[in-house]
Write a protein that binds this ligand. Structure first.
Ligand code: ATP
Ligand code: MG
Ligand code: FE
Length: 345
């Protein structure tokens, strides 16, 4: 079965195509992404109206490129999956409307799926099926969550989440404080590799009485801003590389400590780390080290599959199809606040 996935929840227009074999294995046939990130860069964050407009312009060309990459034609498509939430309402609507139109025109089933488990599904394209239970650390621009995944298509439980900023959001805000470009993850990651972890920044929610699996990054972001302001007020130069390395260490430390602790507490042997921040070099290295020490199998998809794309939606759609879940109806709408436990609508 050929499953096409459409993604438009934020600033990436993605169309992915996956071939699902009878034995449940999947092959990625195409993964085309058009990003409007440069349009948002000067605002330091995604501007919803600009994103919606860009999706509208990019949707059909991106779909055509995906079809031509895969060597299939529209008539070969057996099912269409689309991100119906969470995300920006206007942005989501572009993908949902396109998916409905294609599903109706081609007379194939439509599956409205959740963007967040989509990030986890991306890993199955690279590393194959998940074990019967695993833990997923989802770290992106809008979300930071620890999930228990018993079945990617039907059973996902949220164990913890950020009570304020998402990890990616903290990266973007710290980059702004340091005068680095948006999005902040890549430039901070690069600067951190030449800097040293020499500044003690706080680790949010790691006290004995704090919720075990929740996260907080807003205090860390403020601590970095105060530290930089204090240097500037004294007329001293800001050691940007060291600030980046120290901030990055604080983020990676908390994320990996909590994820490994949850896996150990629950007796789960596999951790999947995904979402845009999973592209981070230090997070991957520290997760590798701590998982090795704890005897946990670590899975992190390649960076291209970590950030938003249509392939992950096609993959999740294929899991949902394989699980025999009922398709969505044509009155499917976008839900900007779709809870992570609702995998398909
Ligand atoms: P969500 O999935 O929550 O709706 P989103 O789709 O905008 O949010 P992604 O595209 O998955 O998020 O990830 C974007 C985020 O990843 C940005 O905040 C960006 O700074 C961050 N990021 C990208 N590369 C890196 C990196 N190497 N290190 C740290 N963060 C990174
Ligand atoms: Mg993005
Ligand atoms: Fe995302």
């Amino acid at each position: 079965k050929i499953v096409m996935g459409i993604e438009s929840s934020c600033d990436e227009t993605g169309v992915g195509i996956v071939a699902l074999a009878d034995d449940g294995t999947m092959e990625l046939l195409a993964d085309e992404v058009a990003s409007s990130v440069e349009l948002h860069a000067r605002f330091g964050g995604v501007v919803p109206e600009v994103a919606s407009r860009a999706h509208l312009e990019a949707m059909v060309p991106t779909m055509r490129r995906a079809l031509s990459d895969s060597g299939i034609t529209l008539s070969d498509v057996d099912a269409i999956a689309v991100t119906c939430g969470p995300g920006l309402a206007g942005a989501l609507l572009v993908g949902v409307s396109a998916a409905k139109a294609y599903a109706a025109a081609l007379d194939v089933p439509l599956y409205g799926v959740n963007h967040l488990p989509g990030h986890v599904a991306a890993d199955t394209l690279e590393h194959g099926p998940l074990p019967s239970s695993c833990l997923a650390l989802l770290v992106s621009g809008g979300h930071t969550q620890l999930l228990r995944v018993d079945d990617l298509a039907t059973k996902i439980t949220e164990l913890g989440f950020t009570i304020d900023d998402a990890a990616g959001e903290a990266y973007d805000k710290v980059a702004r404080v340091l005068g680095l470009p948006y999005p902040g993850g890549p430039p901070i990651d690069r600067a951190a590799q030449v800097g040293s972890d020499s500044i003690a920044f706080p680790r949010g929610l790691t006290g004995p009485r704090d919720a075990k699996y929740d996260f907080s990054f807003s205090g860390l972001k403020t601590a970095v801003a105060r530290w930089v302001e204090a240097r500037e007020a004294n007329g001293e130069p800001v050691p940007v590389d060291d600030v980046c390395a120290s901030f990055q260490e604080a983020v990676a430390d908390v994320l990996t400590a909590k994820a490994v602790r949850a896996a150990t507490d629950l007796g789960i042997g596999t951790l999947v780390v995904s979402g845009g921040v999973a592209a981070n070099s230090r997070l991957k290295a520290l997760a590798r080290q701590r998982c090795d020490e704890a005897g946990i199998t670590l899975r992190v998809p390649r960076p291209r599959l970590c950030t938003d794309n249509g392939a992950m939606i096609a993959a999740l759609g294929a899991h949902v199809v394989a699980a025999g879940v009922q398709p969505s109806t044509l009155d499917l709408s976008a839900d900007p606040a779709l809870p992570v436990s609702v995998v398909s609508v």
